[in-house]
Design a protein. Structure first.
Length: 248
């Protein structure tokens, strides 16, 4: 088994809280998939997944397989079938016309997938263990630290460091798929992304390429949070059309 009884109870509560988010994500044209590392029938969906899993430690292997299953479930939630999901480096590789973002925390894998034709940035992040305040310098520049503890629109609680970290993680994944390669070239650490509030969401953009901004929603999940990209954002954080540049 992969954790203590207390961790399992926390994981069950987090999974239940995540499940309750399905209608909200569905309204944003996103499918949600969940899997747990202790599911008895987890296994590779093909030779590429089996080959990748064979090189991993047992704990990492369970995380990897749970993440792949969560991605398949997210795609099924938007009516898209998906077989095995190979990888290139650490990144999942999807068949044409399919995309999903995967995150792991405390034994749970969560994934989001856009509905066909949605043209949404794809990124999510699950953080079930809150970050200590001492980690702020690793995540935020001084111009962003003012957000900590401030009002967060309609969410009913102030922004925490875990919120801002998770939002940047979700945006990072989405921006890595941006159609302009210069966007990712400017991203070395999370501090290369600038985050600001826009109502009950957050706007995240590379400091060097502010035209590629992502709106991110952060939702409480037990003691942690789940973040996902809502769409592209203009300079004011309002929804805008997807960028049109193409990757070379």
């Amino acid at each position: 088994m992969s954790g203590s009884g207390e961790e399992k109870l926390d994981g069950a509560a987090a999974a239940a809280a995540l499940t309750r988010l399905r209608p909200l994500l569905g309204a944003a044209r996103l499918g949600l998939g969940l899997a747990h590392v202790d599911e008895p029938r987890l296994g590779p969906a093909g030779p590429a997944e089996a080959s990748a899993a064979a090189t991993m430690t047992p704990g990492r292997r369970r995380e990897f397989l749970a993440g792949r299953e969560a991605a398949r479930r997210a795609l099924r939630a938007v009516g898209t079938a998906c077989g095995e999901i190979p990888r290139e480096g650490r990144l999942p590789v999807f068949a044409p016309g399919r995309a999903a973002s995967i995150s792991h925390s405390a034994g749970i894998a969560a994934a989001v997938a856009p509905a066909p034709g949605a043209n949404l940035p794809v990124g999510c992040d699950l953080e079930l263990r809150p970050l200590p305040c001492t980690a702020a310098r690793l995540v935020l520049d001084p111009d962003e630290e003012r957000l900590l503890g401030t009002d967060s629109g309609t969410r009913g609680r102030p922004w925490s460091l875990t919120d801002l970290f998770s939002a940047k993680e979700a945006a990072w994944k989405a921006l890595c798929l941006a159609p302009d390669e210069s966007v990712t070239a400017s991203m070395g650490t999370l501090r290369d992304l600038r985050i600001e509030a826009c109502g009950d969401a957050l706007r995240v953009a590379p400091r060097a390429s502010a035209s590629y901004a992502v709106r991110v929603r952060v939702l409480p999940v037990g003691a942690g949070v789940f973040s996902y990209a809502l769409g592209w954002a203009d300079a004011e954080g309002r929804a805008t059309a997807p960028p049109t540049a193409r990757r070379s």
